[in-house]
Write a protein that binds this ligand. Structure first.
Ligand code: CTP
Ligand code: MG
Length: 258
């Protein structure tokens, strides 16, 4: 799909160094925002008849809910959906006309990190540049609300590192010794649960993922491995990732109350 007319080349901005990022300084360097939706998983834990992102929630494929929330944010240049090269469901489950400013790349890999890394390269081909922000959001977090994304953008837009939606842990946290018996209780006062979107500048995130390898389960952990400290921005309990069979009914109940 062609680049939309709104995606004009970015005005050059001074590169801000990693030193500033390490120091946590808040150097304002405006950039465009893009969304990247990794959508190349199999959804094995969800046990649905097809990859979970295409399973219905409240009468519509999960991915359509996700894309609708992102489409409501006019400041996003566009949304790139990363599909598996073997995907057989997208066209049937998500009609092409359903959302504008959306592109597909059939470049998904064997892990989420590989899918995101390949998607970042595809975003560059569509005009994204080093200092542009990329908001990576799981296809499977289909209860996303535009206001939460806006909160993240507002909090991170002038941050030197980037950040993510996350939730302070409410429950007491137990660590097992390997067979569902408690080995220890972990103090929860500084613990957060990572959600998405996670928002980082394109060049930084590409470098972080290249160094971290395919096993990291979110973008922030790759950035942390560079010695940087992403900003934790309060998310929402409802921004859950549909993972287990029971999550579908829960998501439907939550949607029914909106
Ligand atoms: N994902 C991806 N490429 C992969 C694996 C996952 O793009 N190789 C995407 C999923 O489609 C999902 C998001 O990453 O939107 C979060 O991953 P997860 O919830 O673990 O989804 P799955 O890997 O599909 O589920 P499971 O781990 O239960 O198989
Ligand atoms: Mg997975």
């Amino acid at each position: 799909m062609p680049l939309p007319a709104s995606a004009t080349p970015q005005t050059p901005v001074p590169a801000h160094g990693e030193q500033a990022a390490r120091a946590g300084s808040r150097a304002r360097a405006p950039g465009r925002c893009w969304a990247l939706v990794p959508c190349a998983g199999l959804g094995e834990r969800a046990g649905a008849a097809l990859p979970k992102q295409y399973a219905d929630v409240a009468g519509e494929p999960m991915l359509r809910h996700t894309l609708r929330a992102l489409a409501a944010l006019p400041q996003l240049q566009g949304t790139l959906v990363v599909l598996s090269p073997h995907d057989e469901h997208f066209e049937a489950r998500v009609p092409q006309h359903a959302f504008d400013r959306r592109w597909l790349a059939r470049v998904g890999g064997a892990t989420r990190a590989a899918s995101v890394a390949a998607g970042l390269a595809a975003l560059r081909e569509r005009g994204a540049e080093d200092l542009d922000w990329v908001l990576v959001h799981d296809a499977a977090r289909c209860l996303l609300q535009p206001a939460w994304v806006q909160r993240l953008i507002d909090a991170v837009a002038d941050d030197a590192v980037g950040g993510l939606l996350a939730l302070p842990v409410a429950d007491t946290v137990k660590c097992e010794e390997g067979s569902a018996r408690v080995e220890q209780t972990i103090p929860r006062d500084r613990l957060w649960l990572a959600q998405t979107p996670q928002m980082f500048r394109l060049a930084l995130l590409q470098r972080a993922l290249a160094q971290a390898g395919a096993q990291v389960t979110d973008e922030a952990s790759a950035v942390e491995a560079l010695g940087l400290r992403p900003l934790l921005v309060p998310g929402a309990w409802e921004n859950l990732k549909i993972t287990w069979p029971a999550d579908f009914a829960l998501a439907e109940r939550l949607l029914a109350t909106r």
